[in-house]
Design a protein around this ligand. Structure first.
Ligand code: GLC
Length: 662
């Protein structure tokens, strides 16, 4: 959040330590003991400037919290002072929209603070208007509560407003990391925020500031890279989503952001996942404090202090200290030292923590123990998609039994209300649709196409194979040459993404090549005759996945090329003099043996809907400038392998990328 918002005297003043983030958590806790003053007593006295217009029909129209002229903290204190325990706990509760659709009045009954669309949880039809109508219908139920507190609606807009058909679909974060262009990342985020807010949601569960240290992780493509400094540079995405001034959050083209997943989600040890069949995702980060601070925690300091991120999502994963404690892993959702002592007190995070989807269900003990442990560790809002009524009932009981302090509830609710006031939701709770006509516009798609072009990494180019010439006869093979679903990857219209064309508009890589060249033959399995062609382009890669479903070792996923892709390379590169291979995948694949068969090799990542950007660099309209954001292993056995490792001997090192001009 923004530190320079004027705080009225007496409200909570937080130390702004300039000290570097060093040392152990124990030292941190000692340093901060007593550094915080208690929040002001709830309820502000009404004064002459508190009056709002007498005709205002809203609940408590005359109350100070209704007065937009008052400082946010004053409004928060007034509203908090009016709330019952049940209303406070309701604000700490987030449900999946599908869970309330059959009985929307429960939004009013429970006083729910938030709803979300999980991946692929979309209205029918999946159109901008239907989205806005849906969100506004839920909002109406929230405004019908005694105090009329508006609803926050969150979605995973992680590479555009990707749940919406017709939205601009950007490359995933690993590709954006390859651009090394923070301003481009910010522009993409601004477009994402514009298209998201214009359809109702005011909150994006993005960006992932995860630092991927083992590309066998199914969420590798959601990371900007393996270097925490690179990830930090790409946090310009937060500025794009939220804006850079306190008042920006109330704009119709900005949304609340969520830095995720705090912390060490990309640094877990292979095979340590304690949930489901995952092998990395949601596993255990086995580390010492120095390494954890330097790699996993580092991006969160600027996310809070420089970018004022409004929310942070703790990770499903656990941390197991090798240099302190009893050596037992502790889930981030209940990690008091890291959530409260470090993130909130030491780093100064004054937004709110949102749990991940049913993440507290992975905590030890019964549901009451899970709720209690997470709230007391510092979690503020709970993504309990299908258990909202049970969560509300359980937390109320825990407070009434004295096992959760009212002060912890008031802290959580104050953080949530502060975000809602800053978003302008009390003044404009319904969707401002004025930017809806920009969704998927040529101007927006042009930025996505630029991002695609700048993300392409040229890893080999012998004999001047690239750039291609429009006069050349080009033979294209590989399913990923002509599959929008595969080139967009997971988190696209559905949670896991889906192969095929027709699910959403866009341009395939083949479509892009045809924009540039006059004679193009496409044969998905390279069965068509190759004679007479000047150059072969073989597009290999992965099919869509999301989260742990994409972990190597899960559901048949490996880093190896498929047999069909290998066969295409053998056929096309064995028959045509000049041969270019493109890899459309969420992470480096093992190409050590195939590399020698190619003249040129390009990593295209998951480019999203604008495949034309790939062709732009293939034909030299745009120069190759992309650089690897992760190390490229010779074999799967080399993982995890990261820049800075001793005896570092990858196929391509972190930061590698050739340039090739016309
Ligand atoms: C998922 C993901 C998280 C996402 C959330 C809501 O499980 O871990 O990144 O924001 O649930 O979809």
């Amino acid at each position: 959040m923004h530190p320079h918002t004027p705080r009225t005297p007496g409200t909570r003043q937080r130390r702004r330590t300039g000290s570097r983030l060093t040392g152990t958590l124990l030292a941190t806790a000692a340093l901060l003991a007593g550094a915080l003053t208690a929040p002001t007593a709830a309820g502000a006295d009404a004064s002459s400037d508190d009056r709002t217009t007498a005709t205002d029909p809203r609940p408590q129209a005359q109350a100070p919290y209704r007065n937009a002229k008052l400082p946010v903290d004053r409004r928060v204190a007034d509203l908090l002072g009016r709330m019952t325990l049940a209303e406070k706990v309701g604000q700490m509760t987030q449900a999946e929209r599908a869970a309330v659709d059959g009985d929307r009045d429960q939004i009013t009954r429970l006083g729910l603070g938030s709803l979300l669309s999980g991946g692929g949880s979309t209205p029918k039809p999946n159109t901008p208007e239907a989205w806005a109508d849906m969100v506004d219908a839920y909002q109406e139920k929230a405004l019908a509560t005694r105090l009329g507190i508006p609803l926050l609606y969150g979605v995973d807009s992680v590479h555009g407003h990707n749940n919406l058909v017709g939205a601009t679909v950007f490359p995933h974060n690993m590709a954006m990391g390859a651009t090394r262009d923070p301003q481009l990342v910010r522009r993409a985020a601004e477009i994402t925020a514009t298209e998201t807010r214009a359809t109702g949601p005011q909150w994006a569960f993005a960006p992932c500031v995860c630092v991927v240290r083992d590309v066998r992780w199914g969420r590798s493509y959601e990371s900007y890279g393996e270097d925490p400094d690179l990830v930090t540079r790409m946090e310009s995405a937060i500025d794009g989503l939220q804006g850079t001034r306190p008042e920006d959050l109330a704009r119709p083209d900005r949304v609340l952001a969520s830095a995720k997943h705090f912390a060490g989600d990309g640094d877990t040890e292979y095979g340590t996942s304690t949930t489901g069949t995952y092998t990395l995702d949601q596993g255990v980060t086995v580390t010492d404090h120095e390494s954890f601070n330097r790699i996993d925690l580092a991006p969160y300091v600027p996310a809070v202090r420089k970018h004022h991120v409004g929310t942070i999502m703790p990770s499903y994963s656990s941390v197991k200290w090798t240099d302190a404690g009893d050596g037992k892993p502790v889930k981030m959702s209940a990690h008091k030292e890291l959530l409260t002592d470090v993130l909130k007190s030491k780093i100064g995070f004054d937004g709110f923590l949102i749990s991940d989807w049913e993440a507290i269900h992975q905590l030890p003990g019964d549901y009451a123990a899970q709720v209690r442990a997470s709230v007391n560790a510092g979690m503020d809002m709970f993504m309990e998609p299908y258990a909202a009524p049970k969560f509300v009932e359980t937390l109320i009981k825990e407070v009434e039994a004295g096992r959760v302090e009212t002060s912890r509830i008031d802290d959580a609710v104050s953080r949530i209300l502060r975000a809602k006031f800053r978003l302008g939701l009390f003044e404009k709770p319904y969707t401002d649709r004025s930017n809806a006509d920009t969704i998927g516009s040529p101007a927006h798609r042009a930025v996505a196409r630029e991002a695609v072009a700048k993300s392409q990494v040229l890893l080999k180019n012998s004999g001047g194979a690239l750039p291609l010439k429009k006069s050349q006869k080009i033979y294209v093979a590989g399913v990923n040459a002509d599959d929008l679903g595969n080139q967009a990857g997971g988190w696209t219209v559905t949670w896991q993404g889906q192969s095929g064309n027709g699910h959403f508009p866009g341009t395939t890589i083949l479509g892009g090549i045809k924009e540039h060249a006059e004679q193009v033959t496409y044969s998905q399995d390279a069965a068509a005759p190759t004679e007479g062609n000047d150059v072969g382009v073989v597009v290999v890669g992965e099919t869509p996945y999301a989260e742990g479903m994409g972990d190597v070792g899960n559901g048949g996923h490996t880093l190896n090329l498929s047999a069909a892709d290998k066969a295409n390379i053998d056929r096309v590169c064995g028959a045509i003099e000049t041969c270019v291979v493109l890899d459309v995948a969420g992470r480096p694949q093992i190409v050590t043996d195939e590399l020698a068969k190619t003249d040129a090799f390009v990593m295209s990542w998951l480019p999203g809907a604008e495949g034309g950007g790939v062709a732009d660099v293939l034909f030299g309209r745009t120069p190759f400038t992309g650089k690897l954001p992760v190390t490229w292993p010779r074999s799967e056995a080399q993982e995890p392998i990261n820049v800075g490792d001793t005896d570092y001997d990858p196929l391509f090192r972190y930061g590698f990328g050739l340039s090739a001009r016309r």
